[in-house]
Design a binder for this molecule. Structure first.
Ligand code: AMP
Length: 284
């Protein structure tokens, strides 16, 4: 695997590869502390491309919580080994100073519902930072395909808009959420949960599964009331930020579901000091 910390050397390398006949480049952006979820994106890219580039960059502009940024795990040696084991071709892991100018200001992004609600509302400025960094990566790498996880449902919609808005010739692939055996979505933040919190956190996927199961049996309103109660009922370590059943495209909360509805359940909850998000497609 080739490692790059500088934009110019990565660009030179990719240009040379293109001159030598590489026509498909896949790109997987990450913040590191890699797990099987990330590797599933690498694998998806390897199938569809001749060259796979992974980036590891803990992007400061997308954090609205300084403690979360400071405590974000950074096991770079383990990450590099995992990427090598899984056949990633290129790792780009720049310093913050390589990606941002000293005086660079964060531009506010407004993609309507996509950026205004849920993650956009509870993590003010988060998507501004996501758009800023993903756009830079796209401009540097110019991938043909890019791979994002459905786990970050709204992020996928933001990236789709970013591609459309800038007329980029990049195909976005949304990959399924990989879960632990007990259903908890794999996440770099899971390692920061205590043993007790880790056990309690399974209430998140269990509640999503409850919602899907109850859809045919109860009115939506009642399901939501039960589901919201369920999250916090078992432990005072759990705090619910939002739990909503929404239209998959508009993100508008739904009051009923019929045969044509594409519904998704979105959740964000705190388990102790760790904020976890998850979602489940209810009807396709
Ligand atoms: P992150 O390092 O958390 O920024 O995630 C990098 C990419 O991996 C994003 O596109 C995430 O949606 C994706 N990802 C994170 N967790 C999972 C998971 N459990 N399954 C699949 N993809 C994931």
């Amino acid at each position: 695997m080739k490692l790059f910390k500088e934009i110019s050397s990565l660009r030179n390398f990719l240009n040379e590869k293109r001159l030598n006949g590489i026509t498909k480049i896949g790109f997987v952006p990450t913040m590191g502390a890699l797990h099987e979820g990330h590797i599933s994106l690498i694998n998806a890219s390897k199938i569809q491309n001749q060259l796979t580039v992974c980036s590891i960059f803990v992007n400061p502009t997308q954090f609205n919580n300084t403690d979360d940024l400071a405590k974000y795990p950074k096991p770079i040696e383990d990450d590099i080994n995992l990427l090598i084991e899984n056949g990633c071709d290129v790792l780009f892991f720049p310093e913050v100073s390589e990606m941002y100018l000293n005086d660079e200001v964060k531009k506010s992004v407004d993609y309507g519902n996509i950026t205004n609600y849920f993650e956009g509302k509870f993590r003010k400025g988060h998507f501004d930072g996501v758009v800023m960094i993903v756009k830079k990566f796209f401009q540097i790498i110019e991938p043909d395909n890019t791979y994002f996880g459905q786990k970050d449902y709204q992020q996928c919609m933001v990236v789709e808009k970013l591609i459309q808005e800038n007329n980029l010739n990049i195909q976005l692939h949304v990959c399924p959420t990989l879960r632990e055996n007990d259903g908890l979505a794999k996440s770099s933040r899971n390692v920061r949960l205590t043993a007790e919190e880790r056990e309690i956190a399974t209430i998140i996927p269990n509640t999503l599964y409850y919602i899907k199961d109850a859809l045919q049996k109860k009115p939506l309103k009642e399901i939501l009331i039960n589901a919201r109660q369920q999250i916090t009922a078992g432990s005072n370590l759990m705090k619910l930020e939002y739990l909503e059943i929404i239209d998959a495209k508009s993100l508008n909360p739904l009051s009923e579901i019929n045969e044509t509805t594409h519904a998704v359940a979105l959740i964000a909850a705190w388990c102790g000091n760790i904020r976890l998000i998850d979602n489940l497609i209810l009807t396709e």
